[in-house]
Design a protein around this ligand. Structure first.
Ligand code: S3P
Length: 178
């Protein structure tokens, strides 16, 4: 099957939402924020899901949403940073999407998260988020690396540069796929 979707994965603060929206607009695809679908399903915000139901419940909803979006076509999906934790998510996404991973250094991630407000990210809502970023990245980096062969370091690129790179990768990938 020809893959008409782009799934952006990568740690929090690597630019998945901003980039995904622009890529979708440029390619005439629909943009989907995976976290928004999880919030809709749970009927509460991400911080409240973590606080009241725990991370395991959040991960279960994340799997359900991955399964559902994998059935859609012509979309750009911004995935939650932890989507790589459960391999089944990548299997679902792979069915219909070219998966592209956005990366950034811990310091750049930290700056971006602080700007947006760390309380939106329950995993980083603690007194030393930079330390937590480094620790989580240590565990997750191999997972991001193995999830796809397509990677972009967004640390020192402009939004437009990353958008162009995502579109180039996608076009090249689907031309190799057909
Ligand atoms: C998470 C990333 C968040 C959100 C949740 C957990 C993670 O999404 O799904 O707070 O485990 O990395 P973003 O990467 O869109 O911030």
């Amino acid at each position: 099957m020809k893959k008409s979707n782009i799934a952006l994965i990568g740690f929090m603060g690597t630019g998945k939402t901003v980039i995904g929206k622009k890529v979708a607009e440029k390619l005439g695809k629909k943009f989907i924020e995976m976290d928004d679908l999880i919030v809709k399903k749970a009927g509460k915000s991400i911080p409240r899901i973590f606080k009241e139901n725990g991370e395991i419940y959040f991960r279960e909803l994340e799997i359900q949403v991955c399964k559902e979006v994998s059935k859609l076509e012509n979309i750009v999906i911004s995935c939650g940073g932890g989507v790589v934790i459960n391999k089944i998510n990548l299997d679902y996404l792979n069915q219909s999407s070219i998966i592209i991973c956005l990366n950034a250094s811990p310091e750049v991630i930290y700056e971006r998260i602080i700007k947006e407000g760390k309380q939106k990210r329950p995993l980083l809502d603690n007194p030393d988020p930079l330390k937590t970023i480094i620790e989580i990245l240590e565990f997750r980096n191999p997972l991001y690396r193995h999830a796809t062969k397509y990677h972009i370091d967004t640390s020192y690129l402009s939004i437009d540069q990353v958008v162009d790179e995502v579109i180039n990768i996608y076009k090249k990938a689907i031309s190799e796929n057909t």
